[in-house]
Design a protein around this ligand. Structure first.
Ligand code: AHR
Length: 500
């Protein structure tokens, strides 16, 4: 196979949004407990946070972290997680049929976020709770001082308000599995009332209304339209959630998952814009793709769980392989190329639960395969996202029809002149020789580097016993010329090239 990627510095989509590289911490399984928090672990700091996990979180390049759920949040009482630890109640978590000890609450998580140098995106409980509770937790988190809940926070050790900007108006309330599941009308009215109340407290918050929990929901599209009819002028974002997996050994379709994400994003943008047009509004709603990843969901749904009502059970600790990492890298390509409308995104989740970082209680923390494309994209995507013109072969897929073998996106940093090209080869057996055409750029190319994630065994993964089996390696099949570069992409691979 051969392919050509032509780039034009004038074809700018939008600046790279740092919030594209968000993640998600839910009180679920071992994400919090024995994930990021484990007092007694050899690496734990004075607050009980695992410093090995903190170091990997920083290395991952995460920016924004959605917290505390997820399905969990729809039954959560935030006040259980503040104040003296020995008085915090143990509660049932009905979403995951686990026990929540409340050892970690917003004050601890805010401390962790400061150490990890990340911004919190706070999700409100609009499942079993409503406007008053949203105002209360907002007062606790963001009010300066001199009111009951702001002073409670100060008494609990946090003098300064946390200043959280982004607030999610509930989680997946279109889903029948969600505690407090609602019709689009009922949710739209509650979200509007909550948004109005929050804006009365702090007008310039950034508010995210729930879109569909997947594009395969029967209400997809209609849900967004109805909810936005109620909330268009009151919110900034509508959320999108999508999880991908390989069905029926159909690797070809799985590798093309990003075409589905592209379509999902385009559909939600079109739906939001049609409501805007009907309302004669000049405002554009942005997309917060605040749950996305590979998740072996079918396997999880078919499992009988023997660990119910336990503290921090092992739930959905998927072990990712090379193909999964290529798909994750490709999903980031999709998010980046929509940077004009997708201005926030969270990979779900950060630690242990469908996560790039894995830990063992009392033991090591390590990088799953999917860690690598995320970390390298977060590190190298700088400046503006460029539209990418790709001329290459295609292949038939069962789910998505004819799909491109090569998918790519590029960023251009006008300050440094660096161009980064993120590219996948979805072919299962053949390499692709790819030419990057930079002839439309003023400067000639003097340096290029490329790193590739690939393996002869595309099912290879990183395990506690072999933590670096799959990693990024310099791609030696790289040549440069004045107006571009050429590189060979192995079958089922993710590559980044940096040219300057
Ligand atoms: O990330 C796991 C779960 O997926 C979240 O709790 C929920 O919002 C989604 O269905």
């Amino acid at each position: 196979h051969i392919a050509r990627v032509t780039l034009d510095p004038a074809a700018v989509v939008a600046p790279v949004n740092r919030r594209t590289f968000g993640t998600f911490v839910e009180h679920m399984g071992r994400c919090v407990y024995t994930g990021l928090y484990e007092p007694g672990h050899p690496s734990a700091d004075d607050d009980g946070f695992r410093t090995d996990v903190l170091a990997l979180t920083r290395e991952l390049g995460v920016t924004t972290v959605r917290y505390p759920g997820g399905n969990f949040v729809s039954g959560y009482r935030w006040e259980d997680g503040v104040g003296p630890r020995d008085r915090r109640p143990r509660r049932r978590d009905l979403a995951w049929r686990s026990i929540e000890t409340n050892e970690v609450g917003i004050d601890e998580f805010a401390r962790w976020a400061t150490k990890a140098d990340v911004e919190i995106m706070y999700a409100l409980n609009l499942g079993t709770r409503g406007v008053q509770d949203a105002l209360d937790v907002h007062e606790y988190i963001n009010q300066v001082a001199g009111t009951h809940l702001a002073d409670l926070r100060r008494a609990n050790g946090a003098d300064e308000p946390y200043g959280i900007r982004m607030w999610c108006l509930g989680n997946e309330l279109d889903g029948p599995w969600q505690l407090g599941h609602k019709t689009a009308d009922a949710y739209g009215q509650l979200a509007a009332a909550t948004a109005r109340a929050l804006r009365a407290a702090e007008p310039d918050l950034e508010l995210v209304v729930c879109g569909s929990s997947s594009s395969s929901m029967p209400t997809f599209g209609a849900w967004e339209a109805t909810v936005l009819e109620h909330t268009y002028d009151l919110v900034d974002y509508v959320s999108c959630h999508a999880y991908y997996e390989e069905h029926d050994n159909d690797l070809g379709s799985f590798l093309a998952s990003a075409t589905d994400m592209d379509h999902f994003i385009d559909s939600v943008v079109a739906t939001a814009d049609s409501i805007g047009a009907r309302l004669r509004s000049k405002k554009k709603i942005h997309l917060s793709f605040d749950e996305w990843n590979v998740w072996y969901l079918t396997r999880f749904q078919s499992q009988v769980r023997a660990d119910e009502w336990q503290v921090a059970p092992r739930v959905i600790e998927d072990e990712y392989n090379v193909a999964d990492a290529v798909v994750v890298g490709n999903l980031l390509i999709s998010l980046l190329r929509h940077s004009d409308r997708v201005t926030a995104a969270c990979q779900a989740q950060l630690v242990n639960v469908i996560a790039p970082i894995r830990t063992e209680p009392g033991g090591p923390a390590w990088r799953q395969t999917i860690f690598h494309p995320f970390a390298r994209t977060a590190a190298l995507a700088r400046g503006d996202v460029l539209r990418t013109d790709i001329d290459g072969p295609s292949y038939p897929t069962v789910r998505y029809g004819e799909a491109a073998v090569v998918d790519a996106v590029a960023t251009h940093d006008v300050q440094t002149g660096d161009v980064a090209i993120f590219v996948v080869n979805r072919d299962e057996s053949r390499p692709v020789q790819i030419t990057i055409d930079l002839s439309r750029f003023d400067a000639t190319v003097s340096r290029a580097q490329a790193w590739t994630l690939a393996d002869d065994d595309i099912r290879a993964s990183n395990t506690v016993g072999d933590q670096d089996r799959v990693t990024l390696r310099p791609n030696r099949k790289l040549s440069i010329h004045a107006s571009g570069a050429e590189v060979v992409l192995p079958p089922v691979s993710w590559t980044v090239l940096r040219c300057s």
